[in-house]
Design a protein around this ligand. Structure first.
Ligand code: FAD
Length: 497
């Protein structure tokens, strides 16, 4: 049977293993950690459950698709609920917007709270949908690095109207052009952080992101975000995929211009196809030391990282929901701190995710599990101990003021995650959350392709390669790898359930 080896059991690696197994490969996934999930972990602090990494789940059909592809009924494995409202937004001037899932209701709320005309809000959501329609097929669903992509007339059409797609302006310019209310512009600009970018530099094309959240929807998986990885590993194992944990890959083995297998901490394995779900920078630096690395690609600026305080809070806050944002007063300066000064603003925007709002079992009665996150630069040798202490203080001061409550005495459990820990746990270069940033209008083209053009049989998936980071894009990277991998004559039996 044709063998495939996958390096890493992050969401991209798990999805790639399923796609290759369905295609007929004999698949083994090698994972350095003791379990699957990569950035998508869960843990308990006392009686509080936390998702360690991702908290916002969009495009659930990309998960369902994997079960359907394998002949299963998705809801036998994985269920989720659409969130409404999606997010509660708070500003220092006391204004507060509930982002309802229904577009008309959201527009009415923005009009009532911020005075922005309803039609303008609806137009922005429609424009986002339009942008998605114009770009997704070209920029997300296909490899940008193969000639056959460009032979497609739809792609040529998309590329011929780049200015309409916002590739020549920044996200902020586009939003500020449409709205005079700085709070609503800030709300729209924040979507740049969904792939670790800066709205004052990232191209207007990223204004497709609100479409995913507002028009398609934001969802909460039953069992938390971790359930996505857990249910997909269950499926992969049913399809015959072998997971080898605590087995770090040390080298990708090659002969001439082809991969032949890999060497792990424990043994050498033969493979016809190798898929790296490890960040592309350490893949080249550590696993392919004798191959010429694509330096321009590897040196693209990294995305932002995160500083997270996981707090067990012994009180409930009815004014909060699953996703909550407490905005900074000067967004431009906040991003300059992150991307220019490699530091953290003393007035950071604070995101609080409270999954016990969706599932009360995730915190003790009368309490809430707060995942408190601030966007920060990736690790470049900063003094993280000092930055963490200063930021904790700034976050508490801000929340005390905006929630009119002294928060520190309510914290009964605490853990912290910083960029150094993110890197050490997942090998993500610099602890960047989404590989390279999209702060450059050519960023989409400069991400590493999903295949090697030097070594036959070598593929790449996950957040550091095309089409980018975040759960949906990692799933799409695995889909592209599945499509690019060679056909296998033996086809696995995929029973209908
Ligand atoms: P990773 O999760 O990076 O996993 C890679 C795996 O490879 C790891 O398990 C690692 O141990 C393993 N590995 C590495 N090197 C080796 C080796 N040599 N041998 C064997 N195994 C190896 N996305 C969203 O969609 N929504 C969000 O709200 C969101 N928020 C986030 C918040 C945080 C704090 C973080 C950290 C990320 C967030 N993301 C979010 C991004 C999302 O989590 C990632 O894009 C996605 O999970 C990355 O998956 P991946 O496939 O790239 O693999």
């Amino acid at each position: 049977m044709t063998k495939a080896a996958v390096i890493g059991a992050g969401i991209g690696g798990i999805a790639a293993s399923i796609r290759l197994a369905v295609k007929g490969f004999d698949v083994t996934v090698f994972e350095a950690n003791e379990t699957f999930g990569g950035k998508m972990q869960e843990f308990w602090l006392g009686k509080y459950r936390f998702d360690a990494g991702p908290s916002l789940f969009t495009m659930p059909h990309l998960v369902d698709e994997l079960f359907t592809l394998a002949g299963r009924n998705p809801s036998d494995y994985f269920t989720y609920t659409r969130l409404d409202p999606i997010t509660h937004y708070f500003w220092a001037d006391g204004s507060h917007v509930k982002a309802y899932a229904n577009g008309d209701k959201f527009a009415a709320e923005v009009n009532q709270q911020l005075g922005v005309p309803e039609q303008a809000v609806m137009d922005a959501l429609a424009k986002s949908a339009q942008l998605y329609k114009g770009t997704a097929d070209t920029f997300l669903h296909k490899s940008l690095h193969r000639l056959d992509t460009y032979i497609n007339p739809d792609v040529l059409k998309a590329l011929s109207c780049l200015s309409d797609l916002g590739l020549t302006t920044t996200m902020h310019q586009e939003n500020a052009k449409q709205f005079s209310d700085h709070r609503f512009v800030q709300l729209l600009d924040r979507f740049a952080t969904y792939n670790g970018s800066d709205p004052y530099q990232a191209p207007g094309t990223l204004n497709i992101i609100p479409h995913l959240e507002h028009n398609i929807g934001a969802f909460y998986p039953d069992g938390g975000i971790y359930a996505i990885a857990a249910s997909l590993v269950k499926l992969a194992e049913e399809l015959g995929v072998t997971f080898k944990y605590n087995e770090a890959v040390k080298q990708i083995l090659t002969s001439g211009k082809s991969v032949t297998g890999l060497e792990t901490s424990q043994a050498k394995y033969k493979a016809d196809v190798v898929v790296s779900n490890m960040d592309v920078v350490p893949t080249y630096r550590r696993l392919l030391p004798n191959q010429k690395a694509p330096e321009k690609t590897l040196q693209q600026p990294r995305s932002s990282s995160a500083l997270i305080f996981y707090w067990g809070i012994k009180r409930t806050f009815p004014e909060l929901h699953v996703h909550n944002i407490f905005f900074s007063q000067d967004y431009k300066t906040e991003f300059e701190h992150i991307f220019k000064h490699k530091s953290i603003s003393p007035d950071p925007t604070v995101y609080i995710n409270i999954t016990s709002k969706a599932d009360p079992q995730e915190a003790p009665a009368g309490s809430e599990n707060w995942f408190v996150m601030v966007n920060v630069p990736h690790n470049q040798g900063q003094d993280w101990e000092q930055l963490t202490a200063d930021t904790r203080q700034a976050v508490l001061q801000k929340l005390n003021k905006m929630l009119k409550t002294d928060i520190a005495p309510l914290i009964e459990e605490e853990r912290v995650l910083d960029p150094i820990l993110i890197e050490s746990k997942t090998s993500s270069f610099g602890g960047a959350l989404y590989g390279s940033s999209s702060n450059n209008r050519m960023a989409a083209f400069l991400r590493h392709p999903n295949f090697s053009n030097k070594l036959k049989g070598l593929y790449f998936c996950g957040g550091s390669v095309h089409p980018g980071g975040g759960i949906p894009l990692c799933l799409l990277s695995a889909k592209i790898v599945g499509e690019l991998a060679p056909a296998v004559h033996h086809v696995v039996n995929t029973p209908k359930h």
